[in-house]
Ligand binder design. Structure first.
Ligand code: APR
Ligand code: PHB
Length: 394
């Protein structure tokens, strides 16, 4: 049990222990800056939560630099390309050749989270899990607060800065007055049914397939674990997708002789694009999904969260060294990359999915675009450099 925390203080109060909040705490620790992370869920819950699994080179480099790369480098699968499949044929996009040797690493987000929690534990600074009734206050003062209840008692954490890392359903973003922000949004008329199966992948590289019956993706987690996605209704009930139906649909859409194995996880993800501008209000700084959401087609969500936090940690280091220019530029700096990723994710999504009620015209455009990407070095390079990530160049 935590003692009475009503007068708790720290330098940076971090709301949310997803990859954004945990990595920020880790980077700040490296700069000698104290923080407290507050999380509504349990440790077991956040370690088990299955999300995407593609790390850009810049994300990999940062994790190695800050001492978190050991297991990732051992267990992560380095890929140098992906396959696009449409009209019954596969076309490889060769990342290494098109982007001066860069690639991606397939390593599950929950593995990154486990590594981050191990580092927090080693530092004796685990998040406060299972807090409730979280709210933020006094954002426009230089001593904002996070209030919450824990074990039935009310607490207040005073700090210099609050990092809102509480994801798409958190409380930080809605605490900013509506008049102080602009939101940009797009919903897609479909979702993804994601499954994890105990079977060796039937491909060496990821396959993104466009098919008349809808999009499909063959991904993986390890030599023994495969990850698949199928375009479905946005409100689909996973129970309407018995295992046999999933395997049959995957075989048709991927046009692949798939090996089957026990399905150990099944869930539906809605598809949404969302950005809030600016990513700051007073002493509250939003990072990761709290500030922006991308549809998963470009695998950018986790990478964007990591990029935000790298900028925020450096700005906070400067702030405590006496200059707040970095914090002042935080939102603009992040948003340049965010909008590039928003465009890329929207473009991949638009090119590869079947749009219900879609017309022949749009389908012809999709196919023309896919053929262009498959056949033109310039077009393939556009896909490749966005997919592996633009690194520090943006
Ligand atoms: N108070 C404290 N914690 C909260 C609150 C709250 N009111 N609301 C939500 N949280 C927690 C969630 O339980 C979650 O653990 O905030 C965390 C947010 O983590 P993520 O959703 O993983 O978001 P983020 O850290 O920004 O990581 C982005 O996650 O959603 C994926 O695709 C996304 O890969 C991307 C990555
Ligand atoms: C995944 O492996 O979960 C994954 C891979 C690529 C994507 C999205 C998700 O575009």
């Amino acid at each position: 049990m935590i003692p009475n925390m009503s007068d708790m203080q720290t330098q940076v109060g971090i709301v949310g222990a997803g990859p954004a909040g945990l990595l920020l705490a880790h980077l700040l620790h490296g700069h000698g800056i104290a923080s407290v992370v507050l999380e509504t869920r349990s440790r077991a819950h956040i370690e088990r939560r299955i999300r995407a699994g593609v790390l850009e080179q810049g994300t990999v480099d940062l994790l190695i630099e800050c001492g978190l790369g050991e297991r990732m480098q051992r267990e992560g699968l380095v890929h140098h390309g992906i396959e696009l499949r449409f009209s019954g044929r596969g076309h490889r996009i060769d990342f290494s050749e098109l982007t001066d040797g860069r690639g991606i690493t397939v390593y599950g987000q929950q593995e990154v989270v486990k590594d981050l929690l191990a580092a927090r534990e080693a530092a004796g600074a685990l998040p406060r899990f299972e807090v409730a009734d979280v709210s933020v206050a006094d954002l426009e003062s230089d001593r904002p607060a996070v209030r919450f209840t824990y074990d039935g008692a009310e607490h207040e954490l005073r700090c210099d800065v609050i990092a809102g890392c509480d994801g798409s359903h958190g409380v930080c973003r809605p605490s900013i007055p509506d008049a102080a922000v602009t939101t940009y949004e797009r919903e897609y008329p479909f979702g993804w049914l994601g499954i994890l199966a105990e079977v060796a992948p039937s491909t060496e590289e990821l396959i993104y397939a466009r098919h008349e019956r809808g999009f499909a993706l063959h991904s993986m987690r390890s030599p023994e674990l495969s990850r698949f996605y199928l375009q479905c209704e946005p409100d689909a009930d996973p129970d309407d997708w018995p295992d046999a139906r999933i395997w049959e649909e995957l075989r048709i859409r991927l046009a692949l002789d798939l090996d089957e194995g026990p399905i150990i996880e099944k869930g539906v993800t809605p598809m949404r694009s969302y950005v809030v501008e600016p990513m700051q209000h007073g002493r509250l700084f939003l990072a990761g999904d709290a500030a922006h959401i991308v549809p998963p087609t470009g695998a950018k969500g986790l990478n964007l969260a990591v990029a935000d936090v790298r900028v925020l940690a450096a700005a906070l280091r400067d702030f405590y060294a006496g200059t707040d220019a970095g914090l002042g530029a935080y939102s603009d700096t992040c948003l340049r990359r965010v909008w590039r990723a928003e465009h890329f994710s929207w473009w991949m999504t638009s090119m590869l999915h079947r749009f219900p009620g879609g017309h022949g015209f749009e389908e012809k455009l999709q196919l023309s675009q896919l053929e262009y990407v498959a056949g033109s070095r310039a077009a393939a390079t556009t896909l490749a450099e966005n997919y592996v990530g633009l690194g520090q160049r943006i």
